[in-house]
Design a protein around this ligand. Sequence first.
Ligand code: UT7
Length: 324
Amino acid sequence: MPAAVLAGIGSALPARIVDNHELSTRLDTSDDWIRTRTGITERRISGPGESTADLAVQAGEQALRGRGADAVVLATSTPDQPCPASAPQVAARLGLGTAAAYDVNAVCTGFIYGLATGTGLIAAGIARSVLVIGADTLTTLIDPEDRGTVPIFGDGAGAVLLRAGEPDEPGALGPFDLHSDGGQAGLLWVEAGGCRKRLTDVPAERYLAMQGTAVFREACARMAESSVTVLERAGWLVDNVDRFVGHQANIRILQATAKRLGMPEDAVVSNIHRVGNTSAASIPLALHDAHADGTLIAGHRILLSAFGAGLTWGSTVLSWPELD
Ligand code: UT7
């Protein structure tokens, strides 16, 4: 059975930078509160020409570097339209012809679910190469008046190209651990805009509602639990992990999860200070930045773990490959 091997990476961010000082001029908040409670200093906010699909195409182009892909899996909870999925348009714009293309919606865990889906397509012999993109413009779902969510979220995209290879090759993904708990969907959700309740002018229904403290607690517990499971499945000890690339929701969640796992703080990879929580884009953006600045080098053993609305959570591992 072929393994899915990471063979390329790319990222894209909107041009507009919004720092904490700018937010504190229009909301009852401060740079100090946001930095100490979340680790975020600034985030990118999408504007015209920077939809989810626009960002996904930019990140995808970088990951492909002129190569093709048999399938595109776009992890997003903010597609350009409610129907159809955005992945086929992204595939077409990337010049991938009639490649299979579909969206996966597991919100902030979307990229891990997307990697698992891409790995499955390769393992089943359905595709030899899969472009997995995590892209979100979650700020379009944020109430501009809500100081509980505005400081946290940002927009962006990250992408990886997976190719068929051998399980013991550097870059081979897996095993995986994936979970959900729909019984707790109400901790983090947008009530209206779907088929049950169509578009509405009521802010409390059309924007993301988040019970922050409960989500924080669940995120730490579930990411730690899932990481333990995936490390056991991989036959790795915590000490074998060189870098922990978790969903960039809050630096304190990443630090608390690492602590629960007994991992040193310097194993934690984070770019949250400059991008905020970019939902499905968060892990590939963090991987891209860490690769670019040398925090990740070939041979590093990496644990990926995410948690998000749904609720959903999941983890996987890989050894970082040589990439151009
Ligand atoms: O991708 C998954 C999605 N989301 C997450 O993972 C988010 C998880 N949750 C969190 O990251 C944190 O819960 C938050 C960053 C959202 C909030 O941090 P917290 O440490 O849990 O703060 P809190 O909600 O307990 O609020 C502490 C205080 C409160 O004031 P009092 O009651 O102590 O006087 C809040 O009213 O901070 C106040 N507060 C703020 N103050 C200034 C809440 N938001 C703000 C704000 N600026 N933006």
